[in-house]
Write a protein of this length. Structure first.
Length: 178
């Protein structure tokens, strides 16, 4: 039995994008297939019932809403960090790669790619600064990193000075409609 907290802030009704869909498809299956574990889904706003896939999920709303870099920082580094400590969480999984840097809880950061590192011009200035400053720290601090390809694994390791043995490749699955 484990208490597993999951960053589910990108599960937003009618607004799922890449990482939101990844979170939806992955954790719908994991939570239903592992009723022996307790999952704490950490949202930054009231979640839709559609995202509470099974009875072993506790939806938790932490503030503030994390929608830009300063609020990302406050949400992860203070709200999430405090929650992990106060509720005896055994593992924190973050499908968007953001993790609380001060938390003692083991973490899995999913870093799909680091295109933002090579082509920062596609990001607003404040996001670009945040990603540049914090993603190398997230990658080094994470207990494990999950990524989607051998290319991304090697890119993360060399760009952020992370040991290859800390990074696992799990290929993206496909929705059942495919």
């Amino acid at each position: 039995y484990m208490k597993i907290a999951v960053n589910t802030r990108l599960l937003i009704k009618n607004k799922l994008e890449g990482i939101g869909w990844y979170t939806y498809e992955t954790f719908k299956r994991i939570t239903q297939e592992h009723p022996e574990h307790e999952f704490h889904f950490l949202f930054d706003r009231k979640p839709d019932k559609e995202f509470i896939f099974s009875s072993n999920i506790k939806p938790i709303v932490l503030h503030p809403q994390a929608r830009h870099p300063l609020l990302w920082h406050l949400w992860f580094q203070f709200s999430v960090s405090r929650y992990l400590k106060n509720y005896g969480i055994d593992l924190f999984i973050s499908p968007d790669g953001f993790i609380p840097l001060r938390a003692k809880t083991p973490t899995i950061a999913v870093i799909h790619d680091i295109n933002f590192h090579h082509h920062p011009e596609g990001l607003p200035l404040t996001s670009r600064y945040y990603y540049r400053k914090y993603f190398p720290k997230f990658a080094r601090r994470a207990t494990r990193i999950v990524t989607v390809s051998e290319y991304s694994k090697n890119d993360i390791a060399s760009s952020f000075n992370v040991d290859l043995s800390k990074i696992d490749v799990t290929l993206n699955g496909a929705n059942t409609i495919f």
